[in-house]
Ligand binder design. Structure first.
Ligand code: ATP
Ligand code: SF4
Ligand code: MG
Length: 378
């Protein structure tokens, strides 16, 4: 990044992004009204169950979705609209301005070329330099991601690297053109915990060295707690809660987030996974009327079936957002993880099931004593 960047101006601004896939079974509403911004050096964590639209929204940002995808809304990079650019027009931005690290390193690496050749080629895509200079840059990138003996390693093929080292090569590929935004789609899931920690450390160091912003898609609460500035919780293709880690983890204002946090009261360990919530996410072809989480929500009330809540600003240091008609009811709880004490909350419909497998929550205790409910906010 050679240009001057205003640290307060978003590098990336996604507004009302919607992605639909027409299929024989109907239209898949994969991403719905997704909005967020990303400033230089910010690390945004994106969490949510499988199928919630995390990868599709990233692919939309990079212009990598299949032609069948119908994309609307805005994806603006430093004020320039990217939505609507052709695959070729997007080449100028891909890698150079916004780059992506995929979960499976072999998606990004070609087994028949040396890693040095592949890194050089990625550099030459955006720079008019000699092959020798590009090779030197490849070696430098390997060094930057912590690969020992980068001169020698550059001449090797991907299969000669361990899983962790291979993922470092993929990171080298993602950073070789000095992007402003790095999207890491579950970059460590396949790796053991120690290697995961090293890879994450490497990414944060790269952020410090280059001022790149990072979008970190993960199922791992430890990663979110330890690494990100802001967190965005996705459900059924859209953001249902967003804010700082402290806001979202310590004061969740959307029952789905409470469910994800579930029995992980201390998500400080790398490797701590999200807790699955009982029931399945809705079909993205036939979404429920009203709130998409309503079939699984212990707080569901008639209003939830009438309209899908907007993503509302509900306060917080950075601005905490929730997409829930009843966020204020949750706010009345000292410990929202205990929201399953249905009577206290005053839900009007029977609680179908305790949706979170959390042995720490003793329902009867709260039914009998509502002492921890604070005065409801006005
Ligand atoms: N080309 C496509 N055609 C039809 N549906 C698609 C297509 N690509 C993705 N989808 C659907 O879009 C939805 C969102 O998928 P996406 O890959 O973004 O989920 P995800 O949140 O990344 O999940 P995971 O955590 O498993 O990676 C899914 O229901 C998926 O089946
Ligand atoms: S809007 Fe209603 S159904 Fe949806 S999460 Fe909030 S309380 Fe639950
Ligand atoms: Mg994905």
């Amino acid at each position: 990044m050679t240009e001057t960047i205003d640290p307060n101006e978003p590098l990336l601004r996604v507004a009302d992004l919607t992605v639909e896939f027409p299929t024989d079974d109907g239209v898949v509403h994969a991403v719905r009204d997704l909005s967020f911004d990303l400033k230089p050096r910010e690390v945004l964590g994106v969490v949510g169950e499988s199928g919630s639209g995390k990868s599709v929204s990233s692919m939309a940002i990079l212009g990598l979705l299949p032609r069948s995808a119908r994309i609307s809304g805005s994806i603006s990079y430093r004020g320039q609209e990217l939505n609507g650019l052709s695959y070729n027009e997007m080449r100028k931005f891909r890698g150079n301005s916004v780059s992506m690290i995929f979960q499976d390193p072999m998606t990004s690496l070609n087994p028949v070329f040396t890693v040095g050749a592949q890194l050089s080629e990625a550099y030459l895509e955006h720079h008019k330099v000699s092959k020798k200079a590009a090779w030197a840059k490849a070696v430098e990138a390997l060094e930057q991601v912590g690969i020992p003996q980068p001169d020698r390693r550059a001449k090797q093929y991907p299969h000669e690297f361990s899983g962790g080292m291979r993922q470092r090569v993929v990171i080298a590929m993602a950073i070789i053109n000095d992007p402003d935004v790095i999207i890491a789609d579950e970059p460590t899931t396949a790796l053991d915990v120690t290697v995961q920690a090293q890879i994450l450390e490497t990414l944060l160091r790269i952020r410090d060295d280059t001022n790149a912003a990072i979008i970190m898609i993960t199922h791992d609460l430890g990663v979110v707690a330890g690494m990100v500035d802001k967190v965005q919780v996705m459900y059924a293709g859209t953001v249902v809660e967003a804010g700082t880690v402290d806001d979202v983890f310590d004061a969740p204002r959307m029952p789905y987030t409470v469910g994800l946090l579930g029995s992980n009261p201390d998500p400080s360990l790398i490797g701590q996974k999200l807790t699955p919530i009982s029931g399945a996410p809705p079909s993205l072809v036939n979404l429920p009327t009203g709130c998409a989480f309503s079939p699984r929500c212990p707080l569901v009330a008639p209003v939830c079936h009438e309209s899908e809540p907007d993503l509302l600003e509900i306060g917080g240091a950075v601005v905490h957002h929730s997409r829930c008609h009843r966020w204020n009811d949750l706010a009345g709880y000292e410990d929202p993880k205990k929201l399953f004490a249905r009577k206290e909350i005053g839900a009007e419909e029977p609680l179908a099931a305790l949706l979170i497998d959390n042995p720490e929550v003793v329902v009867e205790e709260h039914l009998a004593d509502s002492g921890d409910k604070k005065e409801a906010a006005s």
